[in-house]
Design a protein around this ligand. Structure first.
Ligand code: G3H
Ligand code: 13P
Ligand code: ZN
Length: 319
């Protein structure tokens, strides 16, 4: 990953999300990571989601796209994603296979090493995670925040040879992250970056939960309590300090839901699903164009040389 900006990694579950993201990436000429959780793969019966992501690649030859497994919960989940043609996988060894119980450092190293060996032999890159995020409402997270310890992060990267590392700096998944403006542990990014300057660092739980998106949902019949996400300014600071992959799911869900609610309220007679899903897709594209500008990704589609999995396999084999 090139320096100086953060590439958004956006979760996808259906066609409208894939198209909404790709429309923004195309307009902004931004590299993009499409990522699927295990829940998304189950919902999309795997084959449908894989084909949708393949379609995004085929339809956007000038946009660099990584197809990524988000929060793989064990070796088998990563192996499955690799068999589906994903170009990178995350093994979230910070939690046990239930995606809730924190593991020990040694357990995390063991499963991550196993995935790295298997993935690199097939040219697939791997994201690991050390430390845990809070937030359990979306099913991923221990509910307890265990911040990443920088010395341990260096040891983890050296022992496992992961390509990228997700840091826990105080964010959490989902819409209910904070009650007031958060203070994130930015110094952890500096300290890991100093120790491991060549390892791309990842920030999960990066949705900003914009007030205006929550307001639209509530104005049109929704019921979301007051909440705060990660301010864009904090994400920009994290990027300056070394974060280069930024995971966003919740904000896209909010944009999609709000636009659908609004459309249905304003057009009670309408029952053509293309109308309200189209409105949701357009709302996501608008949201993401803003993020791609804010994260500095806009205009960087030309920074990457296309590489096949075979190129990457040789690269890993050379050590
Ligand atoms: O990290 C979690 C992502 O938001 C995916 O959520 O498991 O509900 O698909 P999901
Ligand atoms: P958000 O819930 O903040 O969008 O985080 C998504 C995420 O980290 C996916 O891995
Ligand atoms: Zn995550």
């Amino acid at each position: 990953m090139e320096g100086g900006y953060g590439v958004g990694a956006y979760n996808v579950n259906n066609m409208e999300q894939v198209q909404g993201i790709m429309a923004a990436a195309g307009e902004m000429k931004a590299p993009v990571i499409l990522q699927a959780s295990r829940g998304a793969l189950k919902y999309g019966k795997m084959i449908y989601l894989r084909k949708l992501m393949e379609a995004a690649v085929e339809d956007n030859p000038d946009i660099p796209i990584a197809i990524h497994l988000d929060h793989g919960n064990g070796f088998e989940a990563c192996k499955l994603a690799i068999s589906l043609g994903f170009t990178s996988v995350m093994i979230d060894g910070s939690l046990k296979e239930d995606s809730k119980t924190p593991t020990t450092y040694d357990e995390n190293v063991a499963v991550t090493k196993k995935v790295v060996k298997y993935a690199h032999e097939r040219g697939v890159s791997v994201e690991g995670e050390l430390g845990t995020l809070g937030g359990i409402e979306d099913g991923v997270g221990s509910g307890k925040v265990l911040l990443t310890e920088p010395d341990q992060a260096q040891q983890f990267i050296e022992e496992t040879r992961v390509d990228a590392l997700a840091l826990a700096i105080g964010t959490s998944h989902g819409a209910y992250k904070f009650k007031r403006a958060p203070t994130l542990a930015m110094d952890i990014i500096d300290e890991v970056k100093t120790r491991c300057p060549d390892t791309p660092l990842v920030m999960h739980g990066s949705s900003s939960v914009p007030d205006e998106l929550v307001a639209i949902i509530n104005r049109y019949g929704g019921d979301m309590p007051n909440t705060m996400g990660v301010p864009i300014s904090s994400i920009q600071e994290a990027i300056k300090r070394g974060i280069c992959k930024i995971n966003v799911d919740t904000d896209n869900r909010l944009a999609l839901t709000g636009a659908i609610r609004k459309f249905m309220a304003e057009h009670p007679e309408e029952f053509d699903s293309r109308k309200y899903l189209g409105a949701g897709r357009a709302a996501m594209t608008e949201l993401l164009k803003g993020k791609m500008r804010a994260f500095g990704t806009a205009g960087h589609a030309g920074d990457y040389e296309p590489k096949t999995l075979e190129d990457m396999r040789k690269h890993y084999a050379e050590g």
